[in-house]
Design a protein around this ligand. Structure first.
Ligand SMILES: Nc1nc2c(ncn2[C@@H]2O[C@H](COP(=O)(O)OP(=O)(O)OP(=O)(O)O)[C@@H](O)[C@H]2O)c(=O)[nH]1
Ligand SMILES: [Mg+2]
Length: 310
């Protein structure tokens, strides 16, 4: 699966739905601009619909429309250059590879807290990150005390990847597990500690509040931690991902985003919209259910691929 083809898919699912993009949204915009000498209200409305149905979001769509309006008199080639520049600015730089990789761990232990709503792919992403950083000494804290099978799920990954998982099925308090995990990580001089948390609805006050408690617990042992807070978003959720980002960001400073399930029917435009609106970089993209199905998000490659085909 090539991530950079996500906008170009022409699945039957897409073609059967009139309002969804049948191809790379830029191709459709190109067609409109090339076929009309003047960009009028109707064309702008059509372009707006294309952008919104690619999940780019209202605010970012408006910015792109303003850009097209500003540049359209000079024809498609100039508009294309302007759009490429605009998308490069809208997609915030990925900081991830500077933050952590197999040869560089700026903080030891480096604590990564993984959060997000139910079922977005947090636990699977943790396994994928651990598999990617396997040169390092990693431990995982199974702090999802909410879902019965959650501990077992991460333990199975731990066994598969030969990574210790700290769990305690006797407690329902995630803070207790977080505390034990950090303590164990410090004792064993771990390089990386990854904390799995329960899926929580962004509009559930108590569950969101619990995240503050988890953070405070981590800081009792390592005041500067968590060094990274990853928000996992399911790319198939559409506009709701914008609200999730806003609500999680309100509770904890999110350092970067993992966009999962891009191997599915997602349109991917939300990557542009979310980076633009919340100024949070995308660190990883999930492209399947196996431990190898995780890629660092490369902004330049992503944008080049969008424009390569047109
Ligand atoms: N196709 C695909 N499936 C994924 C991806 N990431 C996760 N999944 C699947 O999504 C489902 C949910 O993944 P989990 O990792 O359990 O999600 P979670 O956020 O930990 O879920 P909760 O702990 O219940 O909130 C599983 O069936 C995963 O295999 C991905 O990038 N692509
Ligand atoms: Mg989970």
């Amino acid at each position: 699966m090539n991530l950079f083809k996500i906008f170009s898919r022409t699945s039957e699912k897409y073609s059967s739905h009139k309002s969804l993009p049948k191809k790379n949204f830029l191709q459709t915009i190109k067609k409109y601009i090339t076929n009309h000498t003047k960009i009028d209200e109707q064309i702008l409305e059509n372009i707006e619909e294309i952008l919104l149905s690619a999940d780019i979001g209202i605010e970012t769509t408006q910015k792109i429309l303003d850009n097209i309006q500003k540049n359209s008199p000079k024809g498609w080639e100039n508009t294309k250059i302007a759009l490429k520049k605009e998308l490069t600015v809208l997609l915030k730089d990925t900081l991830s590879e500077k933050i952590i990789n197999n040869t560089n761990t700026p903080h030891t232990p480096h604590v990564i807290l993984v959060v997000g709503v139910n079922g977005v792919g947090k636990t699977t992403t943790i396994a994928k990150i651990a598999a990617k950083l396997k040169e390092k000494k990693i431990i995982i804290g199974a702090a999802d005390t909410f879902r019965a099978a959650a501990v077992e799920q991460i333990q199975i990954w731990g066994e598969k990847l030969a990574i210790p998982v700290i769990a305690n099925t006797k407690t329902k308090d995630p803070k207790a597990i977080v505390y034990d995990t950090i303590q164990y990580g410090l004792k064993k001089s771990s390089d990386i500690i990854i904390i799995d948390t329960a899926g929580r609805l962004h509009n559930n006050y108590n569950l969101m509040q619990e995240l503050s408690g988890i953070k405070t617990t981590i800081q009792k042992l390592i005041p500067q931690a968590p060094h990274e807070t990853l928000l996992v978003l399911d790319s198939t959720t559409g506009n709701n991902a914008f609200t999730q980002t806003a609500m999680f960001q309100q509770k904890l400073p999110i350092s970067s985003i993992v966009m999962t399930k891009l191997d599915g029917s997602a349109k991917g435009g939300m990557m542009i919209g979310i980076c633009d609106q919340y100024k949070i970089p995308i660190q990883y993209v999930g492209l399947g259910e196996n431990e190898k199905d995780l890629q660092f998000f490369d902004k330049k490659k992503f944008i080049d691929s969008l424009f390569d085909s047109i």
